[in-house]
Every structure is written in structure tokens, then in C-alpha cells.
Design a protein around this ligand. Structure first.
Ligand code: ATP
Ligand code: MG
Length: 304
């Protein structure tokens, strides 16, 4: 099934900024005085409250989700600042998107979804069952769902068009796309950042099963972190207390949405029909989960 692109008209009109792109979750703007994206030195990146499940952007929004994603990304950028720079310039954004918008450097993006996996699940598990390896990385025999991988592995993907699945690729394919030096740098950074983040999250009771980074380069060639980092949308978070390999783990954030869509809503996942709107109770429980993830990780109260 393919999801229709988010209606660009839902991106708020913001003084001083021109809307140029909407992804599944984020709306991107360039300064009003910039002629086009290529010549803009900075971008305004706004995380909306949109939520996707099973590759559909749902009709129902989760209040405060955009602020959770942006707040968590900022917290992680800060935790990681000794390891790697990032694209953030400022949080001083138009009133209407305060807390969910960031002014960032307009980077030359490295066109690779830099995924690290420290646990075997999802498309990684599917690859492993079919081939014994994930993205060309050979793994020991006999592993099961949710088993820990030590060391963690780099399992890159190429970004799909809106509505499609990202496609897993081998390290050799990454080398062909970005060159050997950049491919090695992206792999090493991805694994280094993942292992630090995994340890930080584990201390706080969250298993960071896997995560996806996006990197870009500054004009001088320095590689920095872009996009969002280590959020429930870019990562799999599991509750460490309930972690039990050999079975599917509950997704920390979208569990209620997925459960409701597949069991109670009557929606046929294999059809081309968009999923129905979420009931208020599912929205509220999901909102609470996003906020809980923010509070557990940062140790801070989510600002009202
Ligand atoms: P999804 O994440 O849902 O698969 P998406 O990544 O296409 O979809 P969003 O995350 O909603 O869309 O939008 C963010 C977009 O901005 C992405 O295309 C991302 O690569 C890009 N981006 C993020 N940071 C920067 C940056 N500093 N400079 C340029 N582009 C960036
Ligand atoms: Mg994205």
C-alpha cells in the first residue's frame, strides 16, 4: 500500500519563511529572501504532530508529538556534542511552531539512512532468516527475535520515495554511492554514536534496539548529524523491564496505534484503503507514551 503525500496545505504559513517540502512528519521552510533551497544557508525544520503507522500517514494527529521529537533530538544532540557536531543553529522560531521548530544549517545530505542495530528484529530479522546475514553482515547461526547483537551492526538503507519502504543495502553499495572514505566515516560514526546512546538509554530503563541517523556535510566537508536523532520515530525503544528475547517486543510508542488498527478498527492492512481515524482514547494513550519516553530519557518533566 502507498500512502498519499501529506497535504502540503497542512504546513503552517510562517512569517519570514517559505514552505518548500513536507515529509511524512516534518515541514521544511527556507528564508523568505532565499531564491531556492539550493541557495538557502539555513532551513526551518518543523516537526508536526503527524504520526505514521504501517507506512501510512494517519488522518489523526497526536498532540505534542512534534514537541517531544524536537525536545528529545535537542537533548541527544547535547549528550553527543563531544562526539559529533549537529545541524542546529537556533531554537528561536516563529511563535506558531515554538518547541517543534529548529533553525538548522542547510547541509549537503549524505544520501544514506545510517542504521545501527544492536538487537535483531524487523527487516533485520527478516533478512537474517532469509540469508543468515543483515545487509551483507554475516551473523552467527541460531539467533532469535530480539536477540542482542554484540557488537552492534551497521545496516544502511537507501531512502525510498514518500510512501515506500526504505531499501536495505550492503556496505559495498554505500561505498558506490558516497565513496569509500565517506562510507567508512558514516559507518564508524553510526556505530560509535549508537553504542553510547544505547548505554545511556539502558541506564534509564529503555532498550534502544536500533536507530537511524542522517548525516550531512558542512561546506568545509565536516560530517555532522542532521534531521532528528534517537527519537521514538527514528528508533525502536523497548521497555527494558519487559525485555524478553524469543518473541516480538512491544513497541514503546506506537503499540496502541498498531494494536487498535490491526485488531479493533476493522481496517484491512493488506488493502489499499487508508486506515481510519484513531479514537480519542488511542490518541491520548499514544500521546502519554511519547511524553513518557521524553521524561524517562531526559529525566526532565515535559514542559506543558
Ligand atoms: P520519513 O522520515 O518519514 O521517512 P522523510 O525523512 O522524507 O520521511 P521528514 O523527516 O518528514 O521526511 O522530513 C525531513 C527532511 O529534511 C528529510 O528529507 C531530511 O533528509 C531532510 N533534512 C534534515 N536535516 C537537514 C539539513 N540539516 N539539511 C538539509 N536537509 C535536511
Ligand atoms: Mg525523516
Amino acid at each position: 500500500a502507498t500512502s498519499p503525500s501529506p497535504d502540503a496545505s497542512t504546513a503552517p504559513v510562517l512569517p519570514g519563511w517559505t514552505h518548500v517540502y513536507s515529509g511524512k512528519v516534518r515541514d521544511l521552510y527556507i528564508p523568505a529572501e532565499a531564491a531556492d533551497v539550493a541557495s538557502a544557508d539555513r532551513l526551518l525544520m518543523v516537526a508536526s504532530d503527524r504520526i505514521s503507522a504501517y507506512d501510512w500517514v494517519l488522518d489523526t494527529e497526536i498532540p505534542d508529538k512534534g514537541r517531544v521529537l524536537t525536545g528529545l533530538s535537542l537533548w541527544w544532540f547535547d549528550q553527543l556534542s563531544e562526539v559529533i557536531g549537529n545541524h542546529v543553529i537556533s531554537t528561536d522560531v516563529p511563535e506558531a511552531v515554538r518547541g517543534r521548530g529548529l533553525i538548522v544549517r542547510n547541509l549537503t545530505m549524505i544520501p544514506v539512512e545510517a542504521v545501527a542495530r544492536g538487537y535483531l528484529t524487523g527487516s533485520g530479522l527478516a533478512d537474517y532468516r532469509a540469508t543468515g546475514s543483515v545487509c551483507g553482515v554475516q551473523l552467527p547461526a541460531g539467533l532469535t527475535e530480539a536477540d542482542r547483537l554484540e557488537p552492534a551492526i551497521f545496516t544502511p538503507a537507501t531512502k525510498a520515495a514518500l510512501g515506500d519502504h526504505d531499501e536495505n543495502v550492503s556496505f559495498d553499495e554505500v561505498t558506490e554511492i558516497v565513496g569509500a572514505e565517506t562510507a567508512a566515516a558514516v559507518r564508524d560514526l553510526t556505530l560509535d554514536i549508537y553504542s553510547r546512546a544505547e548505554a545511556i538509554a539502558r541506564e534509564r530503563g529503555i532498550v534502544l534496539a536500533d536507530t537511524k541517523f542522517e548525516f550531512g556535510t558542512l561546506p568545509d566537508g565536516t560530517i555532522v548529524l542532521a534531521d532528528e536523532v534517537l527519537t521514538p520515530d527514528s528508533s525502536r525503544f523497548w521497555d527494558a523491564a519487559g525485555y524478553a528475547p524469543g518473541q516480538a517486543q512491544e513497541s514503546f510508542d506506537k503499540q496502541f496505534v498498531r494494536d487498535w488498527l490491526t485488531t479493533e478498527s476493522g481496517w484491512d492492512r493488506s488493502s489499499d484503503t487508508p486506515p481510519p481515524a484513531l479514537p480519542a482514547e488511542v490518541v491520548e494513550r499514544t500521546r502519554a507514551r511519547y511524553i513518557e519516553a521524553f521524561e524517562i530519557l531526559t529525566g526532565e518533566t515535559f514542559p506543558a
